[in-house]
Design a protein around this ligand. Structure first.
Ligand code: MEV
Length: 424
């Protein structure tokens, strides 16, 4: 076979034909090929419609975080993630928060920003005013693009205009503020932004360039608050330790990147489980972490209440939907939304905030006390034991010995397995 990646018309093949080509190209075994071809809960036709050049699917574990109580209601939280310890940590944090009443959440309306970039405007400051004068006309035109969204109470609600200094000179940037109701909204917002382009050119005398949603969704925020009782934490020293750990993130971008990454471990796992766009939410979270502070800072905040308990809060953008896209097509995403019992995108966003706070608290508590590795070690050891071929109770013995030795490594596992099997 001619090993080439120059494959015009590859998209016209069926998934099976494409996979056959890849199998030959890469020398995949039967077993590897079958692993790719297995579509799990989905039908290959649906998978094939979701993205281009499909050859199969990629599976991830779906776990359930327990103990969550949000606004007085018990919730089971589906999380799709490959990283060990995340689900256990969220559950543990939720258990501690539960003793303080659980999580309390609020959110803004689901407003996304559609940006229209206008260049070569001779008088940008007065153009800004002219656009604002025509606000109603712009909104009407935008809303004509999506009567269904408008019928459900959503649609373009407001217009903002900014004049920015760029390396290519001043630009007029128009923001369409669109209430997306239960949709993530990228399609609706992009369509509206494109539709108002010619009108904005006429109003400003400039040239419209990009028309696209912004992932810095500062008007689509979710918030969560929880009290972690000091007795459940192991005393006021631990409360202080968590606040100290948080303060490190507040003062240092190197630490803060990891602090916020830990938050997104939980948030993205739920975003993924519900078929939403993890990249949109990640981009929103990290850019908001900058926007909120005027420098890169933590998405969470910790302080002590009058009784010495730890109080944690979080606020982050949540560009997620409960209708449209993979949330409807993917059977597991649909089931995850049902497990969560959320009735709107707004409610889903609030769950994300609660999970993010739980995940962050769990990480800070572990880091500030026993360190993160102890919790990770047993799970890691289990994986290593399986990788060296241990079976059944051999796995338990290997895990126990490696954890005792504080050495979780392949070479140690191989050696121990030989010893267990009397093959010294
Ligand atoms: C690991 O995936 C996440 C943590 O590093 C987060 C943190 O350090 O806060 C544990």
């Amino acid at each position: 076979m001619d090993r080439t990646s120059e494959l015009s018309g590859f998209y016209k093949l069926t998934p099976e034909e494409r996979l056959q080509y890849v199998k030959e190209f890469a020398g995949l075994t039967e077993e590897e090929t079958e692993a790719i071809a297995a579509t799990g809960s989905m039908k290959i036709d649906d998978v094939n419609r979701m993205i281009e050049n499909v050859i199969g699917t990629f599976e991830l574990p779906l776990g359930i975080a327990t103990h969550f109580r949000i606004n007085g209601e018990d919730k089971l939280i589906p999380m799709a993630i490959e990283e060990p310890s995340v689900v256990a940590a969220a559950s543990k944090a939720a258990k501690i928060a539960r003793a303080g009443g659980g999580f309390y959440t609020t959110s803004t309306d689901p407003i996304m920003i559609g940006q229209v970039q206008i260049v070569d405007v001779p008088d940008p400051q007065s153009a800004r005013f002219k656009v604002l004068e025509k606000k109603e006309e712009i909104l009407k035109l935008a809303n004509e693009q999506d009567p269904v969204l408008v019928k459900f109470g959503g649609g373009a609600k407001d217009v903002e205009v900014r004049v920015i200094d760029s390396p290519k000179g001043p630009m007029v940037i128009v923001h369409l503020l669109v209430d997306c109701r239960d949709a993530m909204g990228a399609n609706a917002v992009n369509t509206m932004a494109e539709a108002v382009g010619p009108l904005l050119e006429r109003i400003t005398g400039g040239r419209v360039y990009l028309r696209i949603i912004s992932n810095l969704a500062v008007y689509r925020l979710a918030r969560a608050r929880a009290t972690f009782p000091k007795e459940e934490l192991g005393g006021e020293d631990v409360v202080d330790a968590v606040i100290e750990a948080w303060a490190f993130a507040a003062a240092d971008p190197f630490r803060c990147a990891t602090h916020n990454k830990g938050i997104m471990n939980g948030v993205s796992a739920v975003v993924r489980a519900t078929g939403n766009d993890t990249r949109a939410v990640e981009a929103g979270a990290h850019s908001y972490a900058y926007y909120k502070h005027g420098h890169y800072g933590p998405l969470t905040y910790y302080e002590k209440d009058s009784q010495g308990n730890l109080v944690g809060t979080i606020e982050l953008p949540v560009a997620v939907g409960t209708i449209g896209g993979a949330t409807k097509v993917h059977p597991v995403a649909r089931a995850s939304l049902k497990i969560l019992g959320v009735k709107s995108a707004k409610e889903l966003g609030e769950v994300l905030a609660a999970v993010g706070l739980a995940q962050n608290f769990a990480a800070l508590r572990a880091l500030a006390t026993e360190g993160i590795q102890r919790g990770h070690m047993a799970l890691h050891a289990r994986n290593i034991a399986a990788m060296v071929g241990a079976k059944g109770e051999e796995i338990d013995i290997l895990v126990q010995r490696m954890v005792e030795m504080k050495k979780v490594r392949m070479d140690i596992a191989e050696q121990l397995l030989k010893e267990i099997r009397g093959e010294k």
